[in-house]
Write a protein that binds this ligand. Structure first.
Ligand SMILES: Nc1ncnc2c1ncn2[C@@H]1O[C@H](COP(=O)(O)OP(=O)(O)OP(=O)(O)O)[C@@H](O)[C@H]1O
Ligand SMILES: [Mg+2]
Length: 283
């Protein structure tokens, strides 16, 4: 895909000044780090859950999806979250990212607690600092792939880094599908559009809920390599839910959930070690 094509397919308001939004954001981040001091930044996790609970429904129908989860997601690291279906992985991601309110406990992005924020502050925080790849993609059906990717920047009046846009869609292999709506894309293509949408603003923290669940092994390896690179080369923090030991082996640390709580973890995981631990935990 060329620059010209990207420019044509993007809303005009976001094509006027390249890189500015991203530059602004990194300047703000650098300034924040200077103000906080390097030492403190190193110790403040990218996100933190403190005794988080989430109960869906009431009475006999109540489901305790999170049962007092405490977890720190290290800054500049790639964390994988694994566990059986229904163990609370998606619920944990949604509560930690401020997409859902927990029933009890506290959630932080950096040192910002989410509980005290009103909806508008929460929306701004998510837009400026967090990328989220949904298990079910959550693409807007009426918009093309390109418009979905740039929607958040578009709504905020931010400019999109078109060189990064080209790079991203090229590496994710969706450059020739950009003018199509989600219903005209395969599951794997929709998933890659959802990845591009989460990565386009270079957020400091990315939540990825089974980002390779619909991809074949080649496309999986590319997306995982991409996420790994976001951590290594750009210092972003990533937390990724996966059922796949090979995918988990891309992470620096794997955290295992069962029945709504953290039950185990492995540092510097190999696929074999993850598989072994999954067997032990019965997932
Ligand atoms: N909106 C909801 N209303 C009621 N129960 C819910 C809701 N969302 C999730 N649950 C329940 O909460 C529990 C945890 O669900 P969650 O989606 O977090 O699991 P998960 O670990 O992501 O599973 P999977 O691997 O299948 O995606 C499950 O028992 C689920 O049925
Ligand atoms: Mg899930």
């Amino acid at each position: 895909m060329t620059h010209d094509t990207a420019t044509r397919s993007l809303p005009r308001m976001i094509t006027n000044s390249l890189d500015a939004a991203v530059a602004q954001r990194s300047a703000a981040r650098t300034q924040g780090e200077t103000m906080m001091g390097t030492e403190q930044v190193a110790t403040v996790p990218a996100a933190r859950a403190d005794d988080l609970t989430k109960v869906y429904g009431t009475g006999d129908a109540a489901v305790r999806a999170l049962d007092g989860v405490s977890l720190e997601l290290e800054r500049g690291r790639f964390t994988a979250v694994m566990g059986p279906s229904g163990s609370g992985k998606s619920t944990l991601m949604h509560c930690m990212a401020g997409l859902d309110r927990p029933t009890g406990g506290r959630a932080f992005i950096g040192d910002q607690e989410l509980e005290g924020l009103d909806d508008s502050d929460l929306t701004n925080l998510r837009r400026d600092r967090v990328g989220f790849i949904f298990q079910s993609f959550n693409l807007v059906p009426m918009l093309t792939a390109a418009e979905n990717i740039t929607l958040s920047a578009d709504l905020a009046g931010n400019r999109v880094d078109l060189a990064w846009f080209d790079d991203l869609v090229g590496q994710l292999g969706i450059a020739d599908r950009l003018d199509h709506r989600p219903s005209e894309l395969s599951g794997g293509q929709q998933q890659r559009v959802a990845c591009a949408r989460a990565l386009i603003g270079r957020p400091e923290l990315i939540f990825a809920d089974e980002p390779t669940g619909n991809l074949d092994s080649n496309a999986s390896a590319e997306v995982l390599g991409f996420l790994r690179d976001a951590v290594n080369a750009h210092g972003q923090s990533i937390v990724m839910v996966t059922h796949d030991p090979l995918a988990a082996a891309y992470a620096d640390r794997v955290v295992f959930l069962a029945d709504g709580d953290v039950v185990d973890e492995i540092r510097s995981p190999s696929a074999d070690a993850v598989l072994e631990r999954m067997k032990k935990l019965g997932s």
